[in-house]
Design a protein around this ligand. Structure first.
Ligand SMILES: Nc1ncnc2c1ncn2[C@@H]1O[C@H](COP(=O)(O)OP(=O)(O)OP(=O)(O)O)[C@@H](O)[C@H]1O
Ligand SMILES: [Mg+2]
Length: 372
């Protein structure tokens, strides 16, 4: 530490270090592995398979859009990642370390461990032990912005208390540090330090969502799961909040999982998009790629719902309704998640796979014809 640092600066520096994620995972290399890895996630509630074998990765600095209609399991996916549920099956890794293990995955682990033990394979036993550790402490580095900006803020707490809560949970008690941090993030989200004394009901919907964002970023998260952060807001305010999130992304190097129910919002904002239908991921690709070659009929139906500022297109635009029983014949062979083009995955069986490859060719031929 420099000699010139005052006692105050030293203290701030120490507390700031407590918040930094690199300290938890010094060996993580964002170039080599994704920041979040969700593998075969299942979240069943009694009769509902809310999330049913969903896998995806998110890389550092990316905006990953998760899209699908109401009830398809988007929020449940987010809540399962941050550990709000005991997940049914699957594995979740953050910065290379396990943060979630499903109940069924644990059962399989126990079986494997018993087998290794019976075989006297101590190396395997050690590997398995390391693999099972769930790094709960890393969870503070993933923050969620909740879908409902009214219900997610405690009405009896001031804005300062709401924002400072996470810092206190992290063991930070220093009043001056907390005050500075709260003022800092309020400014970052376009509010003013004086707002800290007020209560949530004194704010508009857009401002409340800003408070939710401030609460999320005060812990210097690495990954933000934004659950439909703008769908409850007026159209005029929506763009402001999107711009704010874009700025924060650049400024803080954030990675964002952005949940939305239609494609129009995520289109410009996301680098990659995952489309969910009834608990399943049906298509996953880079944004440009998904719009160039939409293949799954559900993705097509979502696309057909987006109006474009092109009168010719609007005249021709027909809403496509997705009816699974009419679109697929899975009587002989069920679907699996297949890579149709590099990094472009679709849930399909072999016959559909062949059909989609032809579709890609046709789409490309059409695009070339238009260019001429
Ligand atoms: N805690 C719970 N207990 C039982 N069922 C649940 C629970 N949470 C969600 N579900 C069910 O799981 C399914 C997925 O719900 P989820 O909230 O994840 O959908 P969503 O895609 O976020 O929808 P929306 O766009 O309306 O927010 C729904 O059928 C829902 O009723
Ligand atoms: Mg939801």
């Amino acid at each position: 530490m420099s000699e010139k640092m005052t006692g105050r600066e030293q203290k701030d520096n120490k507390l700031d270090t407590m918040l930094r994620v690199d300290n938890y995972t010094p060996n993580f290399d964002p170039e080599k592995e994704p920041i979040l890895r969700v593998e075969h996630l299942k979240q069943y509630f009694k009769r509902t398979k809310a999330v049913d074998d969903v896998s995806f990765d998110i890389w550092k600095g990316e905006v990953f859009g998760l899209v699908g209609e109401s009830g398809c399991g988007k929020t449940t996916t987010g809540r399962s990642i941050i550990g709000l549920y005991e997940i049914t099956d699957g594995d979740v890794f953050f910065r290379g370390k396990r943060i979630g293990m499903g109940v069924d995955a644990l059962k399989r682990w126990k079986k494997q461990f018993a087998e290794a033990k019976a075989a006297g394979d101590t190396k395997k036993m050690e590997e398995l032990k390391t693999d099972k550790v769930v790094h709960k402490d890393l969870m503070t580095k993933i923050q969620m912005i909740f879908q409902d900006p009214v219900g997610s803020l405690d009405p009896r707490m001031t804005v300062r208390e709401i924002i400072a809560e996470g810092l206190k949970i992290r063991g930070i008690r220093d009043k001056k540090f907390i005050e500075d941090r709260v003022a800092g993030v309020l400014e970052k989200v376009g509010l003013v330090p004086e707002h800290a004394e007020r209560y949530p009901h004194e704010f508009s919907g857009g401002q409340r969502q800003r408070i939710g964002i401030a609460r999320a970023i005060v812990l210097q998260p690495d990954l933000i799961i934004a659950d439909e952060p703008i769908s409850a807001l007026d159209v005029s305010i929506q763009a402001q909040v999107i711009n704010l999130m874009n700025d924060l992304r650049d400024e803080m190097g954030l990675t964002i999982m952005f949940i939305a129910h239609d494609l129009s919002v995520v289109k410009y904002f996301s680098d990659r998009i995952g489309v969910m239908y009834y608990g399943k991921m049906v298509e996953l690709a880079d944004s440009d790629e998904l719009f160039a070659h939409p293949l799954h009929p559900y993705t097509k139906s979502l696309l057909s719902a987006i109006p474009l500022p092109d009168p010719n297109y609007e005249k021709r635009r027909k809403r496509i309704t997705y009816v699974p029983s009419l679109s697929h014949d899975y009587s002989e062979e069920g679907p699996t998640f297949k890579e149709i083009l590099p990094k472009h995955y679709v849930l399909c069986n072999t016959a559909e796979y062949e059909k989609y490859l032809k579709e890609v060719e046709e789409l490309d031929a059409n695009a070339r014809r238009k260019q001429r």
